[in-house]
Design a protein around this ligand. Structure first.
Ligand code: 5GP
Ligand code: ZN
Length: 116
């Protein structure tokens, strides 16, 4: 897959529409099209990085920004007190289906552990 075929790059470029919750120069947060919980957001860096396997020290600030944004969006969505989950699926066995780095922010229901 080339970057121009990437569905999240197309969402970032607004070639494909999405429900955008937050956007700045480095990140976008959108509603997941197929929500797995009452709140299911995707936090996506604008830079095309295929997966967590491809990150480096140059990405530390962006990765920290994702954590802070997740905490902020959880608070703004009213799910902070009861708890929530921030998930990255990496690669085939991790269950990653879109090869552009992203984190799932899930909340609004009790979740189980461990994953199946
Ligand atoms: P992954 O399986 O790679 O961890 O997560 C990919 C997520 O992207 C899935 O939860 C899927 O529902 C979501 N997704 C796939 N295509 C689209 C789309 O076109 N728009 C939105 N908003 N979400 C998408
Ligand atoms: Zn991409």
């Amino acid at each position: 897959m080339t970057v121009s075929d990437c569905i999240f790059c197309k969402i970032i470029a607004k070639v494909i529409s999405s429900d955008i919750i937050y956007e700045d120069d480095r990140l976008i947060a959108i509603k997941d099209i197929n929500p797995a919980a009452p709140l299911h957001l995707l936090i996506i860096p604008k830079q095309h990085i295929a997966s967590l396997n491809e990150i480096g020290t140059e990405d530390i600030e962006m990765l920290g920004h994702i954590q802070l944004l997740a905490s902020r969006l959880a608070a703004e969505s009213g799910i902070s007190a009861r708890g929530y989950r921030l998930v990255n699926n990496c690669g085939e066995w991790g269950g990653q289906s879109v090869p552009h780095l992203h984190y799932h922010l899930l909340g609004g229901k009790q979740m189980g552990w461990p994953p199946k």
